[in-house]
Design a protein around this ligand. Structure first.
Ligand code: AMP
Length: 553
């Protein structure tokens, strides 16, 4: 049977920290590595990001620190400043109950700030090799009390040319020390390093663990400053996130946004620097219990709070740099769960976005603000699903079949059913979307803004991906990528929103395209084909925790 964290002989304080983070059981790398490191052994661990490797070394490390001695007792070396910051944060969270002080030091940050931290006395330093070496040379980092050194992502560090720095650092370490070397791959150079510095190392390796891999979809929307609120509420309406954090730059913005969202019927908890700790905890509790569906926060206020995993992170304002970005989006998509991170970017901030993308070595996918048509369609879909569930469960019939029977004697059963749904949605003055079923004229726009939808007779089950659709549309049919809107993939068909003119061009030029090795036919979409009981690729809408009455906005 898989061990529990308690089986690994971690102390009650550390177990409490683990519990707060919501880790239920150790991942394989943790189960194997923690006992060895607690015993003081040297370890050579082969594990990739996403396996839970950080906690695998951080847990025994925080456990073994002598908190009363405010000296650097552990040193973690990481290849990039992003990783250093991430590891330091993980270490801080896991060591919080024991009062462990952690300091990240990395190139590019002013020495002053790092010196202040070092002078104050910390237990753990997490740094990039170059900067750690600089501090050692300047005499600003005393490593004489270090007992444990971790080389995180060692193969990356070697690839980045840090081998001399690492060797310099290791040569300066006290004789009595433990080394944990973590690496995604173990090429010969890593073996050599291990042989030279590790003592009788225990080898541990785990396969890539899909469960812990971050599944966060990172997206951005380009939006004018004045349209941000509308954009956010539309996305919230479309996605119905069960829990979401919205990050703003300033306190004022947090207050204004939460007031606006509340006036539009959302329950939002606002957290920023002017809100005292006790209040913050209360608000956070409301968020944890689901009494507040949104948490609106400044980044600083959110830091150091035990915020549970959320389904969506919104960067209402683009973060200042990659560190902030990674911190923020790290609140979602943990442990293989799906998560969405959406960053709002005004046209003037596009440069800032490119800067962040470069630092994180990843491009965010551009998505567009949903149209009211998208939202109406999604709501009808949710309603349809709820109705089918109620019909299939039989519960509805138990209570209301007799009543419906009586009504149906005098009225058309279709009208009876429609009236019931109408009343359930608030009756007169309630929120009723324009009908989305029934035939539409050929080429009639099914979305706003001069967009129309095209129907493709291929879908997910054929292995076709959105990029294949874009490729065929731009390559074979020769339309501009910017004319393509949402691509909704279903089981065996796909709906693609394109600008009307582009749609006409495709229908004139190329109604048979090739995607993923298949011949695909393009035709104008008709609504009845669209909603024939398929579920969409996107997350199924989750039921609202409570009915929401909306004021007109
Ligand atoms: P890492 O491989 O260290 O980058 O960790 C990947 C993700 O898994 C991080 O978001 C961790 O917070 C999370 N994680 C690590 N260990 C566990 C665990 N035992 N249970 C649940 N989540 C974990």
């Amino acid at each position: 049977m898989a061990p529990t964290f308690a089986d690994l002989l971690l102390s009650p304080e550390v177990l409490q920290a683990i519990d707060t983070l919501g880790f239920e059981e150790p991942t394989p790398i943790q189960a194997q590595t923690i006992p060895l490191l607690l015993e003081g052994r040297d370890v050579l661990a082969q594990a990739q990001t996403g396996t839970g490797k950080t906690a695998a070394f951080a847990l025994p490390l925080v456990e073994r620190i002598d908190v009363k001695r405010r000296q650097v007792q552990a040193l973690v070396l990481a290849p990039t400043r992003e990783l250093a910051v991430q590891v330091a944060e993980a270490m801080h969270n896991l060591g919080r109950t024991r009062g462990i002080a952690v300091l990240p030091v990395y190139g590019g940050q002013a020495y002053d700030r790092q010196l202040q931290g070092l002078r104050a006395g910390v237990h753990v330093v997490v740094g990039t090799p170059g900067r750690v070496m600089d501090h050692m040379r300047r005499g600003t980092l005393d490593l004489s009390a270090v007992r444990t050194i971790v080389l995180d992502e060692a193969d990356e560090m070697l690839d980045m040319g840090f081998v001399e720095d690492i060797e310099f650092i290791l040569n300066e370490m006290p004789e009595e020390r433990q080394i944990a070397l973590f690496s995604a791959t173990v090429p010969r150079r890593i073996e050599t390093l291990a042989r030279k510095y590790l003592r009788d190392p225990q080898r541990v390796s785990v396969e890539h663990d899909a469960r812990t891999e971050s599944q966060t979809r990172q997206m951005y929307v380009e939006v004018q400053y004045r349209d941000k609120i509308e954009a956010l509420t539309r996305i919230l309406d479309l996605e119905s996130p069960s829990s979401a954090i919205v990050f703003c730059r300033t306190k004022r913005e947090v207050d204004e946004l939460s007031a606006t969202l509340q006036s539009r019927g959302y329950t939002a908890a606002a957290i920023h620097g002017d809100i005292n700790q006790a209040q913050r905890e209360r608000l956070l509790q409301a968020f944890r219990d689901g009494r507040a569906e949104l948490l609106i926060a400044t980044e600083v206020a959110a830091r150091g709070l035990d915020i549970p995993d959320v389904t969506h992170v919104f960067n209402y304002d683009i973060p200042d740099d990659a560190d902030a970005y990674i911190h923020r989006i790290g609140r979602t998509g943990r442990m293989g769960k799906k998560g969405d991170a959406v960053t709002f970017v005004t046209p003037r901030e596009m440069g800032q976005l490119r800067f962040i993308e470069k630092q994180i070595r990843k491009n965010l996918r551009q998505v567009r603000v949903p149209t009211t048509g998208d939202i109406a369609a999604r709501r009808q879909e949710a309603l349809r699903t709820a109705l089918v569930t109620a019909i299939e469960s039989g519960a509805a019939s138990t209570y209301y079949a007799a009543l419906v029977g009586t009504l149906a004697e005098a009225h058309d059963p279709l009208a009876v059913a429609a009236a019931a749904i109408y009343l359930a949605n608030g009756g007169p003055g309630g929120r009723h979307d324009e009908p989305t079923t029934g035939d539409m004229d050929e080429g009639e726009p099914t979305a706003e803004g001069g967009m129309v939808r095209l129907y493709l007779d291929t879908g997910r089950t054929h292995g076709v991906r959105p990029q294949d659709v874009v490729g065929a549309f731009t390559g074979e049919a020769g339309i501009a990528g910017s004319t393509i809107g949402t691509i909704d993939m279903f089981g065996d068909f796909t709906l693609v929103e394109v600008e009307r003119r582009a749609a006409t061009a495709i229908l004139e030029r190329a109604t048979v395209l090739s995607m993923h090795g298949r011949e695909v036919h393009v035709s104008p979409a008709r609504e009845k084909r669209e909603r024939s009981g398929e579920t969409t690729e996107k997350k199924a809408p989750t039921a609202r925790k409570k009915p929401r009455t909306r004021k007109p906005s």
